[in-house]
Write a protein that binds this ligand. Structure first.
Ligand SMILES: C[S@@+](CC[C@H](N)C(=O)[O-])C[C@H]1O[C@@H](n2cnc3c(N)ncnc32)[C@H](O)[C@@H]1O
Length: 361
């Protein structure tokens, strides 16, 4: 096998990132193909424990109901994805799983899994984190975990939708807020985090600038996001309903000024607003259990489940509101996509970008 690309070695040398064999930055050569080798004898043996989808108690808040799904109403519904129980469970659980739930893996998976015990990759030191902010906190699950891991920190989670649970650690509070508004906080933060925000980013560069200004010197900003479109290493997506739909989702979001491909530019954007020591790690999320490694199989099982349950919600809102499709047309697309997701000859994945940088001291 060829030696790892230069940048991969540089990242692996970072004491906070063990050598996972992950390709950190835009390298899609043969090395990567080895990492994500296709297991054609997919036996679909990975279970997704549905108990982990345990939903939060429904909140009473202003919302809009459309085609059987719920959307937030604050700010005239500027966020186009649903915020109901179905939508707020699995993707978040997939990230949560990838980043925190390593005990579910068998011990045979090298040190690779160790990274994913963390809620963050930024090299935070417990004593240095007095104030933390989670933008677009959604279910608040990440913020709850973080507040528990950093009990000495005061943590704020913000979102357009007040869907977070009531009973949370005492050092955590939630606020309804729009990241596009001015950030008015009474103190600087030592860590700012945003996960799966790309659908909500009208102007990510402006948000990154606000994060930079809201941090104390030496503080870290971290983004974790999936980067559209879905892709495959072996052309098995060519001509599929899945890739057509992925591209239509990008097109619909473009009409709203949202660029779903932007996570691949988070690194340069962070650098451009002044962050230093910016690191980027990419984790492929297969859709389904076709990939060879147990690690990727696990993520793939979650991600497919997420898509099966969540795709309709994402597509329905976007395609009816922005592409003028009927509910019936969207349902046909959803069914085609669901069928393909269970076809193990299609090897689709989406890259998950984790990018973090430091405000200079
Ligand atoms: C896909 S969810 C991710 C939630 C959470 N970060 C996680 O990873 O579990 C995106 C969240 O961002 C919120 N959001 C979208 N646009 C926003 C904005 N302009 N300001 C604040 N929150 C926003 C949505 O309401 C939604 O809860």
């Amino acid at each position: 096998m060829a030696s790892p690309p230069k940048e991969a070695r540089a990242v692996a040398e970072d004491p906070f990132i063990p050598d996972l064999g992950l390709v950190p930055s835009g390298e899609h050569g043969m090395d990567k193909r080895d990492k994500l080798a296709v297991d054609y004898e997919d036996k679909g043996e990975v279970e997704v424990p549905m108990s982990a989808m345990a939903s939060l108690s429904p909140s009473l808040y202003e919302h809009v109901e459309e085609n059987g799904r719920t959307y937030h109403k604050y700010k005239e519904g500027k966020y186009y994805l649903p915020n109901d129980e179905v939508s707020r469970t699995i993707t978040y659980q997939a990230c949560y799983f990838v980043l925190t739930n390593s005990s579910n893996f068998s011990q045979s998976k090298r040190d690779l899994i160790a990274l994913y015990e963390r809620l963050h990759l930024a090299p935070l030191k417990e004593d240095n984190v007095k104030h933390a902010l989670d933008i677009g906190t959604g279910t608040g699950i990440w913020a709850i975990e973080f507040a528990e891991q950093f009990p000495q920190a005061k943590v704020i989670g913000t979102d357009l939708s007040p869907i977070q649970p009531e009973f949370v650690p005492p050092n955590l509070s939630f606020e309804v807020d729009d990241v596009d508004d001015d950030w008015v906080y009474t103190h600087p933060f030592d860590y700012i985090h945003g996960r799966l925000m790309v659908f909500g980013f009208l102007d990510p560069l402006a948000v990154f600038r606000k994060a930079f200004n809201a941090l104390s010197p030496g503080g870290y900003f971290e983004m974790q996001d999936l980067c559209s479109p879905i892709r495959s290493f072996d052309h098995s997506l060519d001509g599929s309903a899945m890739i057509r739909t992925s591209n239509l989702i990008i097109e619909a979001c473009q009409k709203r000024g949202i660029d779903l491909t932007v996570p691949k530019r988070y690194k340069e954007m962070m650098q451009s607003v002044g962050f230093v020591d910016v690191k980027e790690v990419i984790v492929e999320w297969p859709i389904g259990t076709w990939a060879k490694s147990e690690f990727h199989k696990r993520i793939g099982a979650w991600f497919k489940k997420d898509m099966e349950v969540g795709a309709e919600g994402i597509i329905m809102g976007l395609f009816t509101r922005l592409l003028g499709m009927s509910k019936e047309d969207v349902m046909i697309i959803v069914e085609d996509v669901k069928k393909e997701m269970n076809d193990s000859s299609i090897h689709a994945y989406e890259p998950f970008y984790v990018v973090y940088g430091k405000k200079p001291e």
